[in-house]
Write a new protein. Structure first.
Length: 329
């Protein structure tokens, strides 16, 4: 049997934050007794936060070491040629019990000029939201650098950012350079480039886990903001049909689709020169690659399908399951 005959599960990396809640641990069926968990990093190649294989022959092996060993068989020829042993995506669950900071991420060029490997474009998929919950994404009018600096300093920056009411299954695309924030009462999946570079613009004068005010990056954010990108990104409308692949977004960094299954489905992968990530968020299913032994995947789990797989056969348990798929075209 090939060493890549099954999908790979990794140990979640839990992150305490001043705005985190208590949904992630029970959602992922974990036993950790930690408060204020804002994020679970399910697949990560970020320095000092590299995912570790959770089970099987390679349990305890880092994601980067797995890529070094299997190269294109794991991630795909184009992905390996471009990224080497560094995995290009970071997959998170985010529980915003309170508002996150107003922030922005640099694009690839700006990040490179500042010594980082790449920028950060991201996607949000809402799993649950309070009735009055909202997200901030993009300026609501033309904004000059002078007005940005003035509002960043006097705390009125939220007044010039679009506010979107949100509900379950809503999706938002956040290109690098777009000012944004997740607000309180939202539980979501975040798919993003591998980067932990965030420039905080406003943080409600809030103290971090260490009891100190978290630093702001008003100057760096000014350089990263796309002041001409008012209408880029934001909420994405997409069609959804049960037992079909429903593409949500396709960009240079990732392609993301949504599935809801009530019947078994075989996903052809032979023409996809990329790994495929499945993020289960409702129900359970079994998955077998190329007719090999099946693996059960539960809600809250994320799996990595090697690029060498030619097909994935998925069977919903208890009649239904929902998950996102992510790959790179």
């Amino acid at each position: 049997m090939s060493p890549l005959s099954k999908p790979i599960k990794f140990r979640p990396i839990l992150k305490q934050t001043p705005w985190g809640g208590n949904r992630i641990v029970p959602f992922k069926h974990m036993n950790d007794a930690i408060d204020h968990i804002g994020e679970s990093w399910d697949i990560s190649s970020v320095n000092d936060n590299i995912s570790i294989v959770a089970e099987g022959v390679y349990a305890g092996t880092t994601l980067n070491d797995m890529i070094s060993r299997f190269q294109a068989d794991l991630v795909g020829h184009k992905v390996y040629a471009k990224n080497g042993n560094r995995f290009p995506l970071l997959i998170k669950f985010i529980d915003a019990h309170n508002d996150l900071s107003i922030q922005v991420h640099p694009n690839d060029k700006i990040a490179g000029n500042q010594g980082y490997s790449n920028g950060k474009t991201e996607l949000w998929y809402v799993l649950d939201a309070k009735p009055d919950a909202s997200l901030l994404c993009g300026f609501n009018k033309e904004v000059t650098k002078d007005e940005y600096r003035s509002r960043a300093c006097d705390g009125t920056i939220c007044d010039i950012i679009k506010r979107f009411p949100v509900k379950e299954n809503d999706c938002f695309f956040i290109p690098a350079g777009q000012v944004h924030a997740i607000c309180s009462g939202i539980f979501l999946i975040e798919i993003q480039q591998t980067s932990d570079t965030t420039y905080r613009i406003f943080d409600y004068n809030r103290k971090g886990i260490d009891g100190k005010l978290r630093p702001l990056h008003i100057n760096e954010a000014e350089q990263a903001i796309d002041f001409n990108g008012k209408d880029k990104g934001g909420k994405i409308d997409y069609d959804f049909l049960l037992n079909h692949r429903n593409e949500i977004v396709k960009c240079p960094y990732f392609t993301t689709s949504s599935y809801g299954l009530t019947l078994p489905l075989t996903i052809p992968l032979k023409t996809v020169d990329s790994f495929v990530i499945l993020i289960a968020y409702s129900g359970c299913f079994t998955i077998s690659l190329d007719h090999n032994e099946p693996m059960q995947v539960n809600a809250g789990e994320t799996i990595l399908i090697p690029a060498s797989a030619a097909s994935a056969h998925i069977v919903p348990i208890d009649n239904s399951c929902h998950f996102l798929s992510v790959h790179i075209d």
